[in-house]
Design a protein around this ligand. Structure first.
Ligand SMILES: [Zn+2]
Length: 585
């Protein structure tokens, strides 16, 4: 075997003969080398730096002013411009123009994980072939291409030979996280990063008909070179999910196979030949789950990291090409599905799922044989891929049974003091009414019990969960508070952000941590005589106290807790302790 790059050489013991048997036709060979990528010119040995993207964006826009527009849609933490290209034959180069002309828009983003950079080089090639080279011009007849070559720009410029230990090229590439060490593909709901805030503005303004998030895998070896997935039908956009399964997937698979690729479904397990495949709904912190929550059809591409770079880039090219073809053909059907999901106001909103026992489906799987040996290094069984293709039937199950859900309230009330929470709603484009005078509203409120904080930070947050009870209260909301109706297309997203039991709620991300600690307390020399009086004046309370002493050993042995028990029963105790400030109407 001839090694193309240092990364390949590093991988020898791991991948064996993973290259065997997969042909990829050349769709490159541009006549005009002027707009060729550095990657193509190197024979896909390397990928360019960000200055190449800046140069090519400017050059495309200058060469095709009526059909390509390059624009900056944000700045990274390190101050780099974030660039996007709008490409349209009809000159629909702004969101308003695209809406007016009614042409479906595909938004493709490369490099959310900047080391997984196939999308950048593929999209630039496709753009070149749709314009200067002209071989794919017809793709723009009935669809617009909106392209972000690199989402995580700062991460891309953290460029080295050691970016991805399991990836077969390019020789050097960028880093997974951004300059603040945050993973953009965990940031869709909490939107901490400048990059994500910029991208959400693009999603809001353009409202793409299809959003393609372009990655490269980690994990197991198998024959598939192009795998992709989306949030399953048990999520929040069932009509969209069905369209992807029934219409887009067959078209993509046909297109990819015709060009020699082996398309497959997303594979998450390290040992798919044994464990099989599971699909289902995806958390909204991730691109596909977020798209599902806001009813934007979103497809996640995962090229197989152990396939060589040229094969992966060309696979991405074909993937994007056939999304555009399908949008042109089926755009109106997709739009009807989007409209159905946006109009859906189902009373119950699922939050968690599991595979039902009844699901015993199987699928034919194109695997790679593996060998298990005892490792003297780890002391455990280790897996070695032999490179030999094997075909087997494996379980293919769907996490379709809802195990947790919430009922959709008419609206949420957020007090004016929670400004950063209201700002998150603004960012996502969730509509609300802001009151200009105080208002009394009867709402259902959540009271938390003892919170459980994660031991380690995650994505810059200390996440939290807490047991909860609900109570009806008349609350006075000051001027500037907001009423968030769930009767809007983004109502489900509002529920997922504001219901504390939702895994991606702002509560669980720690935005409300300050309400979880009491701030007033009592000294024992005050509490002792007061407790004596309470016991003397209230026989029922006295009986309750004795019962607690008898039945709860930890309580009995904890002087502080015994005094606290009385304090909590005085009017001095904070009646808003651990009260979630967001009310349900
Ligand atoms: Zn990735």
């Amino acid at each position: 075997m001839k090694f193309r790059s240092r990364a390949d050489a590093l991988l020898v013991p791991l991948v064996g003969a993973a290259l065997v048997g997969i042909a990829t036709p050349a769709v490159t060979a541009a006549a005009d080398t002027n707009l060729q990528t550095i990657s193509e010119r190197s024979g896909f040995r390397v990928t360019g730096r960000y200055d190449e993207v800046e140069r090519l964006c400017a050059q495309f826009a200058k060469s095709f002013p009526g059909s390509v527009r390059s624009f900056e849609f944000g700045r990274t933490p390190e101050g780099r411009p974030m660039l996007a290209l709008a490409v349209s034959k009809s000159g629909a180069l702004t969101p308003d123009d695209a809406r007016e002309r009614g042409v479906p828009v595909m938004l493709a983003q490369g490099g959310i994980h900047a080391g997984e950079i196939d999308g950048k080089d593929a999209g630039l090639m496709l753009l070149r072939d749709m314009t200067v080279r002209g071989t794919k011009r017809e793709l723009l007849d009935q669809a617009n291409f909106l392209f972000v070559p690199i989402f995580n720009v700062d991460g891309h410029e953290r460029f080295s030979r050691y970016c991805r230990i399991n990836q077969r090229g390019p020789e050097e590439c960028g880093w997974r996280t951004n300059a603040r060490n945050l993973n953009l593909n965990r940031d869709y709901v909490k939107a901490d990063t400048l990059e994500m805030r910029a991208m959400i503005r693009v999603l809001r303004e353009w409202q793409p008909d299809l959003y393609a998030d372009l990655h490269v895998t980690d994990g197991a070896d198998y024959q598939y070179d192009v795998t992709y997935g989306w949030s399953g039908a048990s999520g929040w956009s069932p009509a969209i999910s069905a369209w992807i399964e029934d219409t887009l997937r067959p078209a993509l698979d046909r297109g990819l196979r015709a060009m020699g690729h082996i398309p497959g479904r997303l594979i998450f397990t390290d040992d798919p030949l044994t464990a099989g495949l599971v699909d289902g709904a995806v958390d909204p912190r991730l691109s596909t789950g977020y798209g599902d929550a806001r009813h934007i059809p979103t497809v996640l591409l995962e090229n197989h990291s152990l396939k060589p770079y040229d094969q992966r880039v060309l696979g991405t090219y074909v993937f994007l090409e056939h999304i555009l073809r399908t949008l042109a053909r089926e755009g109106s059907v997709l739009r009807a599905a989007i409209a159905r999901d946006r109009a859906n106001r189902s009373a119950s909103i699922p939050l968690a799922w599991r595979v039902p026992d009844s699901d015993t489906r199987t699928i034919e799987f194109l695997g790679i044989e593996s060998r298990r040996t005892l490792s003297p290094i780890s002391g455990e069984v280790r897996i070695e891929w032999t490179g030999k293709p094997v075909t087997a039937r494996v379980p293919f199950r769907s996490a379709s049974e809802v195990t947790a859900s919430v009922t959709r309230p008419a609206a949420y009330w957020i007090p004016a003091s929670w400004q950063e929470v209201i700002e998150k709603l603004d960012l996502h484009g969730i509509a609300y009414e802001r009151i200009t005078a105080p208002r009394d509203v009867v709402v259902e409120m959540t009271r938390f019990g003892a919170p459980k904080f994660d031991v380690e930070q995650f994505e810059g947050h200390v996440r939290v969960t807490a047991p909860a009870t609900t109570e009806r209260r008349r609350e006075r909301y000051p001027a500037g508070s907001v009423r968030v109706s769930t009767d809007q297309p983004l109502g489900t997203l509002a529920v997922l952000m504001l219901e504390p039991s939702s895994p991606d709620s702002l509560f669980q991300w720690g935005f409300f941590n300050s309400i979880l600690s009491p701030t007033e307390y009592v000294e024992s020399y005050i509490m002792e005589p007061m407790a004596e009086r309470m016991l003397a004046e209230d026989p029922k309370l006295a009986a309750e106290f004795l019962k607690k002493i008898d039945s709860d050993e930890a309580f009995r042995g904890n002087p502080r807790a015994r005094l606290q028990w009385f304090y909590e029963r005085t009017p001095f105790y904070d009646e808003r302790a651990r009260l979630y400030p967001v009310g349900r109407e």
